[in-house]
Structures are given as C-alpha cells and as structure tokens.
Ligand binder design. Structure first.
Ligand code: SF4
Length: 554
C-alpha cells in the first residue's frame, strides 16, 4: 500500500484516471495533467448505460453509485454497484462494450477495466472494513460477466499503476502515442491527440490518410451585429432578442459568439457560455478584435512547454521561415491561378510575380527574423499591387483599391479586407485558446501592440484562402453595393450594417467549404483546418515537429 505520508499535498487519483492510464498513458496525461476532457458519443453512451442498465441488472445491490476513497491508497472513485452474495461483498463494474477473449476464447477483462474493478474492490474493502475478495466486470454488448480475484497480484498491479500515474503527473512531457493503433478510433481525445498525424510524421510513411480528426464543423458562430440586439439566457439556451423578434438557440449548437460593436450579452448568458466552453469575442464595428474570453482550463503543463519552446531562438526562426514560406507561396499561387486564363492580366502582373518568386526562394535561407520580415514585406507590397488586376473590368470602379490601406481602410475593397482579417483574427484567437496555447507568446511577431503575437503568426497562413480569395471573388460577382454596403466618414471607409451582414455570411460560408489538407490528405472544412494547424503547431514542441504550416493553396 502507498503510505499517506508519501502523498504529501498531492490530490488523490481518480479510479477513472487509472482506467485511462491502462488504456493509454497519453490519454491519462491529456486528461489528468493537461485537463482536457471531451465527452463524445461513447462517453454519453457509457453514462446512459450506467443510468439505464445498471439498475436493471443489479436487482438487489446493497449500494449503487457508491462513493469510495482511501487516503492510504491516494485514490477516489464511484463504484457502479456493491452486492453481498453468500455473505461476501462483491464490487461490480459495468461496460457497454465486449469483453476481451483469451487464447481458448475464454472471457477476460480488458487491462484498463480490470484495474478499475480492482481499485473499486480494495477501496470498498477499506471503507466497509470487511474483506472484498472478488470484483465483477459486466460486459453488456456480449452479455458476459468476468470474475476477478482480489488477491496479492491484483493489489500489486494496482500499486504499480498508482505509482506510474504519480510519475506521469509530475512530468512536463506528453507520453508518445500508443503503439496499439486499434485503441485510437475509440478514444474520446483522438481529436486533440491527432495520433495518425503524429505517426505519419514520425514514420515518414505513406500510410492510410488520417480520419480521426473530424472533417466538418459541428457547431456555429453566433454573430451579434447591432447594438439593439440582446443575448440572454433561457435555461440551457441562448435567447436572442432583436428588432426583428426573438430566437432561442440551444447552447450545444454554438461554439462561439462574436459581438460586432455594442450588442448586449447578459451575465447569465456569459455564465452559460463559460460553463459550456463557448468563446465570446468582441470586435469593433470595423472588425478590429477588442477582447475575448475562453473557458479553457489552466493547462499549465502545456503552457510550460510552449514557454520553453518559444524562448528557443532556433525554433522560432524555423517556425517563422515556414510561416512566411506558407504565406508568400499562397500569395504567389493565388496570383498565378487567378491570372492563368487571361494573358493580358498575367502580363500586367508578371513583374510582381517574379519579385514575389525571388523573395520566396530566399525565405528558407533567411538568416534571421529581420531578414524574413524584409522578404515578407517585399512580397506583400507586390502582392497588394497586383491584387487589383485580378478584379473584373466590369465591376464598379469604386470597388477598385488603391494599394493596401488599414487603420483605417481608405477604400471599399480595403474595408472588406480589414473586416475579414478581423474575423480571421478572432477565429484564430479563440482556436488557440481552445487548444490550450498562450496567444501572447509567439515566434515571429513581436509584442509591440495589443495584438497577441501568436495569433498574428498563425493568421498569416490563412489570410489568402480565408479572406483575400473570397473577397476578390465576391467583388467580381458584383455582390457588393458601393453605396448601401459601405459608410464613408472623411477618408475612412467602413462597412454599413448591410455590408457587415454580407461580409459575415461570406466568411462563415468560406469556413464551411471543404479543402484537402496537403499534408494529411484529408478533406475538411477551412474551420477545421484552422483548428488542425493550431494543434499541429503545438506538436512542434510536443513529440512530433515538422507538421505545422504545411497548409498551401494549390
Ligand atoms: S488517440 Fe490514441 S494515442 Fe491518443 S490518447 Fe487516445 S488512445 Fe492514446
């Protein structure tokens, strides 16, 4: 047994965490150390099973959902049921799946289920002060009950598991992905862990394309665009009241709220968002990011790894080169692609294209961050000089920009770009917070303004596909009314209420469009690609470097 004195101030280990440990050490670490928990379909099915089936199966349990804890073992949990049969106590654990089979097809408990049942048995024994010599694991899918002896070997295995759990809790390194690839498809944290991407990177092998990362967005962003709109709470729903009426939206349909300008959000609604992990961001009417919330838990170990990594100059330079390469290559490819069928347009932008190509060829050898900034600046100047040539000759001349102007935008086209970049910024900001990264510590941009550098770094690889391309396309399709969609105030040009609604719809539509990620070869929505790249960025300093910023335009 582990002595209480050995535990010091350590919090007890949950029996469920021991189950995770025996399933996969990486899963234990993500849940217990990084505090990342995702309740997926399997988890909900398991909870339903405990609510619905456990009571039916155990007709006469003396105790059901019985809380157990032991200071001596340093473990707490809740056992499904405890029964007394023939004068002997037995701990029961229920599982919705199938049992494991031995060499002669005999039913066995899975190692993770076994350690869980053993832990419950020894905790019940201590709590009741009477011997518990057996635990039973009931597998509902194949209607099998496996009997486990609570002997010295079982207690030794429990002791070993607890010791290992304590070692991992002290570690700042994520354990590697499991070698048993069959475990990952059933793992609730596959979407966070990205095991297939990591294996692909580490093996350098052409394996099956990864499929564990979900391809489309499951929830939506609620945009509040007018000051007269109020978002309140009604039970587990958001209640949106505006001049056009009331709408009740279940919170599980929403992943974020964007308040453009001065729309109202009640404290009750904010509480609901915080509790359900819904990010809230405030933008100015011009699309500039003001502030945001995130309900992501502390994730201290993740932050420690990020601080350690991003104070390494060599790593920062490498990530910066890759980011600038991805951005400039996307700019170049977009100019080439958009001018490929029009010889006159291509000819008119050939010189900028050549200069961008020359700058791109030097990016990978750039000696430092300053030289990279210089190359990025050259490419940006030529890119924004060439961009107006991609606009159709049939559009209203008021929509043609005169170079790039920002803070404030001085023409309609730049107002559209700035508004789009603001929404992109907010998206990346809440995505980084959601995956547990610290937005204030970046690798390329410096903390000179209020804008968090890491957000600015990641935004770079998405400007062309998520903002520039849709904006140019929509202008060429004559989707904008130069009068009613814009507000002119001296030299400043902003979007009007109508224009803002159209720009939001354009951005949201783009986020749902599918694109095949060049590295993983998986088709997924752009919204998911932003999340994937954010998670791959973290892998640069967590076991699997070299995956970030492979996103490219074709
Ligand atoms: S996805 Fe696979 S490697 Fe990652 S935590 Fe789950 S089981 Fe472990």
């Amino acid at each position: 047994m582990i002595r209480a004195a050995d535990l010091g101030d350590e919090p007890p280990i949950r029996v469920m965490a021991l189950h995770a440990l025996l399933y996969c050490e990486r899963l234990f670490y993500l849940e217990e150390v990084e505090e990342i928990r995702v309740a997926d379909g399997n988890v909900y099915a398991g909870r339903r099973l405990h609510l619905e089936r456990v009571s039916l199966d155990d007709e006469t349990p003396e105790m059901r959902s019985y809380d157990v804890s032991s200071e001596a073992w340093g473990v707490v949990g809740k056992v499904d049921a405890v029964r007394k049969r023939d004068g002997v106590w037995i701990a029961y654990e229920h599982k919705k799946g199938r049992c494991r089979r031995g060499e002669s097809n005999e039913p066995l408990a899975w190692p993770s289920d076994r350690i869980q049942a053993v832990a419950y048995a020894v905790l019940v024994e201590e709590q009741l002060g009477e011997p518990v010599k057996q635990a039973r694991v009931r597998y509902h899918a194949d209607n099998v009950t496996v009997l486990l002896d609570i002997d010295d070997a079982a207690r030794n295995d429990l002791r070993t598991a607890i010791r290992r759990a304590r070692v991992l809790r002290e570690s700042t390194e994520r354990p590697p992905v499991t070698e048993n690839t069959r475990l990952c498809p059933k793992c609730s944290l596959a979407v966070v862990c990205l095991p297939e991407e990591e294996r692909l990177a580490l093996d350098h092998a052409d394996e099956l394309p990864p499929r564990l990362f979900p391809s489309s967005r499951e929830r939506h962003t609620l945009h509040v665009t007018t000051a007269k709109t109020r978002v309140g709470r009604s039970g587990e729903s958001l209640l949106v009241e505006s001049e056009t009426g009331k709408q009740k939206i279940p919170i599980e349909q929403i992943d974020s709220i964007l308040i453009h300008g001065y729309g109202q959000l009640t404290t009750q609604a904010l509480h609901l968002c915080a509790y359900r992990g819904v990010a809230v961001d405030w933008l100015t009417f011009g699309g500039r990011f003001m502030a945001g919330t995130s309900a992501s838990p502390g994730r201290v170990q993740q932050r420690i790894r990020q601080y350690r990594a991003l104070t390494n100059e060599a790593l920062c330079l490498d990530l910066s080169r890759r980011t600038v390469h991805a951005k400039v290559e996307s700019q170049l490819k977009y100019l080439l692609r958009a001018s490929r069928t029009d010889g006159a347009v291509r000819q008119s932008i050939q010189e900028p294209i050549d200069r961008i190509r020359a700058a791109l060829s030097k990016v990978d050898q750039a000696a430092g961050i300053d030289s990279l900034r210089g190359l990025e600046g050259i490419a940006a100047k030529d890119y924004f000089a060439a961009l107006p040539r991609l606009l159709s000759s049939r559009i209203d001349p008021q929509l043609i920009p005169n170079g790039r102007s920002k803070h404030p935008p001085e023409d309609r086209f730049n107002a559209l770009l700035s508004f789009g970049y603001g929404m992109l910024f907010a998206l990346v900001h809440r995505t980084l917070l959601g995956v547990g990264l610290e937005p204030a510590l970046g690798f390329f941009h410096q903390p000179r303004s209020a804008a968090p550098p890491l957000v600015m770094d990641v935004v770079e690889i998405f400007r062309v596909p998520l903002v520039d391309m849709p904006v140019v396309g929509s202008v060429n399709r004559n989707q904008w009314n130069p009068d009613s969609d814009f507000t002119i105030a001296g030299r400043q040009v902003w979007l009007s209420d109508d224009g803002r609604k159209k720009a939001i719809a354009l951005f949201e539509e783009r986020l749902t469009e599918m694109y095949r990620h060049p590295f993983t070869s998986q088709s997924m929505s752009y919204a998911r690609i932003v999340e994937l790249e954010s998670r791959l960025l973290e892998k640069e300093w967590s076991n699997a470097p070299g995956l970030y910023a492979r996103m490219r335009m074709r």
